[in-house]
Design a protein around this ligand. Structure first.
Ligand code: ATP
Length: 362
């Protein structure tokens, strides 16, 4: 299987190197048969060839079995027509990655982590309130007069149905509960479609219970009673906000993992930005991207019916948990003094140890 690795900008190359080290070790100890190809995107690519994302790399991403993409610092890019292509946005569109999957779990002992949180946010990734990209042609935001601005939210039955399907599939492998989030009494037509489609999908999963909640009630409930929530099914913009709240409740933005997935393709992303303020200092927390790579292996395992890939994905998560359990091994965002490289190396060591234990007991 071929994995395309795109390190991105700012802290991207540092955390991608740590995550790739973990993936390479998992590949070796679990004999997964993964091949890695690394390519430059973002500012480095722009400086060399005048574009942040050449078409050849999009084609490589389409041909690969999966992609690892570090965060990209889009605010520094040149305008689109001068080569500053939005890297994650373009890849998301061209690979039709309609599901943004973001876990948030509080690990024992982490500073600021709220106990009893263990949820998976399944966020629709292609429409909603993102008016700069939710139209086929033109923008969903416009000004009919000089002092009036309108933004249009797009919700379709097709996109609502397929994201609900993803949420219920994940729920059936977890604690079998879905909370569908909107604000239906206000957004009656659009959230009407979203919830009607959810009902239809839910009928096919009799073992999964579900409830509907308004976004405002949900924000409070996630904070006060996190144990009530397993999989959270949510539209694009509400999901963006709620997933940052959830990951902050788990202890740090540096823990934010994210998988962007579609029918045929998946991309491991960190759920945070490119953090230019701490770039190049070996202090960024690579946990988010490492966990995303574990999710990517799990996705590949389910897609290709390969239990070894799912096992390796779980082993990566367990190794991260083991490293984070020791305060001395944490990065500075979690109150520790460990650097990016050393953290990645510690995860690799744990991965090897656990693989040796399995080999001895087998
Ligand atoms: P974007 O708009 O791309 O989401 P942003 O500027 O809103 O990006 P981030 O780049 O995610 O936000 O950074 C927000 C804050 O969190 C910054 O202070 C940054 O240093 C910190 N941060 C983000 N990711 C990490 C990480 N992996 N490790 C440590 N700190 C991080």
């Amino acid at each position: 299987m071929n994995l395309l690795v795109l390190p991105g900008d700012d802290i991207g190359p540092e955390i991608t190197a740590a995550a790739l080290g973990v993936l390479e070790r998992a590949n070796a100890v679990y004999s997964l048969g993964l091949d890695f190809v690394q390519r430059e995107v973002g500012v480095a690519s722009f400086q060399r060839i005048g574009t942040t994302l050449p078409e050849t790399i999009v084609e490589e991403a389409l041909a690969a079995d999966a992609v690892v993409l570090g965060p990209c610092g889009m605010t520094e890019y040149a305008p689109r027509e001068q080569g500053g292509v939005n890297v994650p946005g373009t890849i998301r569109k061209r690979l039709d990655l309609y599901a943004n999957i973001r876990p948030a779990r509080s690990r024992p002992g982490l500073p600021r982590a709220l106990p009893k949180l263990d949820c998976l946010i399944v966020r629709e990734n292609t429409e909603g309130f993102y008016s700069d990209r939710n139209m086929f042609l033109g923008s969903g935001e416009f000004m009919p007069t000089e002092d009036v601005a309108l933004s249009v939210r797009k919700i379709t039955a097709k996109a609502s149905k397929r994201i609900a399907q993803v949420a219920f599939e994940y729920a059936s492998r977890r604690r079998r509960n879905v909370t569908a989030v909107g604000k239906r009494h206000v957004l009656q037509l659009s959230d009407g479609i979203f919830i009607t489609q959810t009902e239809g999908v839910a009928a096919g999963f009799p073992n999964v219970t579900w409830r509907e909640m308004d976004i405002d009630a949900m924000a409070a409930d996630l904070y006060t009673r996190p144990e009530r929530h397993d999989v959270i099914l949510i539209t694009n913009m509400f999901g963006d906000v709620l997933s940052n709240l959830a990951v902050a409740m788990s202890g740090s933005l540096g823990l934010a993992a994210a998988l962007n997935a579609g029918e045929k393709h998946a991309v491991a992303n960190a759920g945070h930005g490119s953090a230019p303020d701490i770039a190049g200092k070996d202090i960024a927390n690579p946990t988010g991207l490492i966990l995303s790579c574990g999710m990517l292996l799990d996705w590949l395992g389910n897609r290709h019916g390969r239990a070894d890939l799912c096992d390796a994905g779980r082993a990566i998560e367990a190794a991260v948990d083991a490293v984070l359990a020791n305060p001395a091994q944490r990065t500075s965002d979690l109150g520790g003094g460990t650097g990016t490289r050393a953290f990645g190396a510690a995860v690799v060591t744990h991965l090897e140890k656990s693989a040796n234990r399995i080999a001895h007991t087998a």
